[in-house]
Design a protein around this ligand. Structure first.
Ligand code: CAA
Ligand code: NAD
Length: 306
């Protein structure tokens, strides 16, 4: 009896730091998270559904690493080159998420913003990952505890929300569910620091801190455009010059992805139908229906060159 209790406690012991991390989803966010982990010296498995998607991710990572290196080692071409190649060498590009998770201390999920897909993924990984492995989701809007409910490691599950572009944005939100253990929360916070981010702590509430403020602002801009109050260019210019934002709301929406914005909003509307702040917007729906998803498809509110 005592032995089995002791085993259960040992089995769920969380390490104090991470040496191998798996990132599932090699899109905009996953490739950025893998990059910052690798450039901080961690061993990384980056996973996606096809070799083609992984090749695109590798290209994106190399381009971004070169931009980082240009700033970091402005006067030393050799250091720039070795920074890029050493960092890329830390990443193994993989289509087998289960094998990757089986040898990792931390698994960070950055796949599409759909609860069923995230739950399915974690349900499968929970069966193969070692008991000490901590799971984290980079969800923008979904309840972390709903995603965690697909697993049997509620104490070793938390939110780790990075910002786009990951190599540049300094913040990471660390979200704690009522079940997340203090050891898990500390590991996630330390991981954030290790990869050069400033962690803040928050509860598992919709959109945590940043998106709860930012996304309704973006949607209000779409409503303004829909009413014809001002042009997209003028609304963007107004927020840059009048409020000091680095990007206007439409530039930012194109950058984040209009599909991601719609997933977030539809999810909140379903969850809180009585809140008018989360009412859908026909204009955003139209962009998404037409496949105008922003920078990633070459056109959103604006047209984007390669
Ligand atoms: N990788 C590496 N470095 C990059 C980079 C990338 N992907 N993007 C920009 N940089 C760095 C480079 O050093 C670059 O210099 P070089 O051009 O010489 O390489 C420098 O930043 C400046 O970049 P740019 O000249 O391209 O443009 P900029 O000065 O306008 O900065 C920006 C770009 C950092 C993206 C800035 O416009 C910005 O901060 N925008 C707002 C981004 C934001 O709000 N992100 C949060 C989105 S919400 C979210 O992520 C949460 C969610 O769940 C949806
Ligand atoms: P994305 O569409 O660029 O990338 C998602 C990737 O996940 C794709 O490459 C897809 O092939 C892959 N994928 C889907 N299902 C998979 C599975 N079962 N196994 C392995 N790979 C799978 O999306 P993104 O913008 O990187 O967003 C990813 C997550 O990060 C979402 O939850 C999103 O809400 C969140 N997020 C996005 C931003 C943003 O600005 N775009 C910012 C913060 C958080």
């Amino acid at each position: 009896m005592l032995a089995s209790k002791l085993f259960r406690r040992m089995a769920s012991t969380v390490q104090s730091s991470v040496s191998v991390v798996t990132v599932i989803g090699a899109g905009l966010m996953g490739s950025g998270i893998a990059q910052v982990a690798a450039q901080s010296g961690l061993n990384v498995h980056l996973v996606d559904q096809s070799e083609g998607l992984l090749e695109n991710a590798k290209e994106r990572i190399v381009t971004s690493l070169k931009r980082v290196a240009k700033k970091k080692f402005a006067d030393n071409a050799q250091m720039r080159e070795s920074f890029v190649s050493d960092s890329v060498d830390k990443i193994s590009f993989n289509v087998d998420g289960k094998a990757a998770a089986a040898s990792s201390d931390l698994v960070i999920e950055a796949i599409v913003e759909k609860i069923e897909e995230k739950q399915k993924l974690f349900r499968e990984l929970d069966l193969v990952a070692p008991s000490h492995t901590v799971f984290a989701t980079n969800t923008s809007s979904l309840p972390v505890s709903d995603i965690a409910s697909a697993t049997k490691r509620l104490d070793r599950f938390g939110g780790l929300h990075f910002f786009n572009p990951v190599p540049v944005m300094k913040l990471v939100e660390v979200a704690k569910t009522p079940e997340t253990s203090n050891e898990t929360f500390d590991l996630l916070t330390n991981f954030g620091k290790t990869v050069g981010k400033h962690p803040i702590s928050c509860r598992d509430t919709p959109g945590f801190v940043v998106n709860r403020l930012l996304v309704p602002y973006q949607m209000e801009a779409f409503r303004m455009l829909e009413r014809g109050d001002a042009s997209a260019e003028d609304i963007d210019m107004a927020m840059k010059l009048g409020a000091g934002y680095p990007m206007g709301p439409f530039e930012l929406s194109d950058y984040v992805g209009l599909d991601t914005l719609k997933f977030i909003y539809d999810g909140w509307h379903d969850q809180f139908p009585e809140n008018p702040l989360f009412n859908p917007c026909a204009l955003l729906d139209k962009f998404v229906e037409e496949g105008k998803l922003g920078v990633k498809t070459g056109e959103g509110v604006y047209k984007h060159g390669k």
